[in-house]
Design a protein around this ligand. Structure first.
Ligand SMILES: [Fe+2]
Length: 311
């Protein structure tokens, strides 16, 4: 006699598939992984049902994500760029800021051009290492704690594009560092350095993310900005960027990094400048107390991501 189990089998259709997938994943021992994968699966299935996803469209999506991965190298991070242009990176930053136990400087994007181990420099040094036509400026400010006291010996990592809107990673030899430096605040929490005013730029458009931006008829520009990672023992690391007012894309950043409190400008006459006779960009940062949760870096050095994947 042939025994059929059909009567006991679940009928999988476009709705019951979600429950079936969740049931199978319910054995995940790590509770956070279980929660994240269950929510991801629910939303992914709802998305497919909402748009009535066709096999051709599904394959387009697979091809797109494959191309995004293939574009990644030690000097290029197309997945971070995708996250940035979808607004996911800024959303994760906003969630991160909401978890802070004390008010601090708002987070902004790390972006795809961060490199760890930038040269350690002395206060007043320049981060410019190549000939430039950029406008030299003094970039300065103080790092405060929530009690309004300067934080001494805070680490200030700074990186930026040049006056044409390009980072060193986009240059002829991307292994040579330029326009990056790591500084330490003085006893009063002050930092100051020489650099050039950055120009806004179009995000890298020669990959699949660029194809997406063009298909959506978006302009693809970021307003002029300077990136920072600032940290000190006992404080939550602040990962942020300053945006220069007057840039035509200040209100339509392709990666949604700009928020009003991070907008500053170039001051052509600043008697308070620690380096006299230079225009200035001034900004004070506020570090909240350290909290129990981990890093606030929505991004990483591309070479480190490639290394981790390979190992
Ligand atoms: Fe940037």
């Amino acid at each position: 006699m042939t025994v059929t189990t059909e009567a006991h089998m679940r009928a999988i259709d476009e709705n019951t598939i979600t429950e079936a997938a969740l049931e199978q994943m319910a054995s995940t021992p790590n509770p956070r992984l279980k929660q994240i994968m269950a929510a991801l699966t629910r939303h992914l299935h709802n998305f497919a049902r909402e748009v009535d996803l066709t096999p051709e469209e599904w394959l387009e999506g697979i091809k797109f994500l494959t191309a995004v991965g293939q574009k990644c190298t030690a000097y290029r991070q197309e997945f971070i760029l995708l996250s940035d242009t979808l607004g996911l990176s800024s959303l994760v930053n906003a969630l991160h800021d909401r978890r802070a136990t004390e008010a601090g400087t708002k987070s902004s994007l790390v972006g795809p051009f961060y490199r760890q181990d930038s040269p350690t420099l002395k206060l007043g040094d320049t981060i410019v290492t190549k000939p430039t036509n950029g406008q030299e400026v003094c970039l300065y400010g103080r790092v405060f704690n929530s009690a309004g006291r300067g934080v001494p010996n805070a680490t200030v990592q700074v990186w930026q594009p040049d006056e044409t809107g390009n980072y060193d990673l986009q240059k002829h030899d991307p292994s040579e560092m330029d326009l990056r430096g790591t500084f330490h605040t003085d006893a009063d929490g002050r930092f100051y350095l020489r650099t050039i005013a950055p120009l806004g730029y179009m995000i890298p458009m020669d990959g699949p993310v660029g194809d997406m931006i063009r298909a959506q008829k978006r302009h693809g520009y970021r307003p002029a900005h300077i990136h920072f990672i600032i940290g000190a023992p006992g404080y939550r690391e602040v990962v942020t960027a300053l945006y220069l007012q007057g840039d035509e894309h200040i209100d339509s950043d392709t990666v949604f990094g700009v928020t009003a409190s991070l907008v500053t400008g170039v001051n052509s006459k600043d008697p308070a400048s620690p380096i006299p006779n230079l225009p200035t960009i001034k900004f004070d940062f506020h570090l909240p107390a350290a909290a129990a949760y981990g890093s606030g870096r929505v991004g990483a050095d591309p070479s480190q991501i490639v290394k981790k994947v390979a190992s």
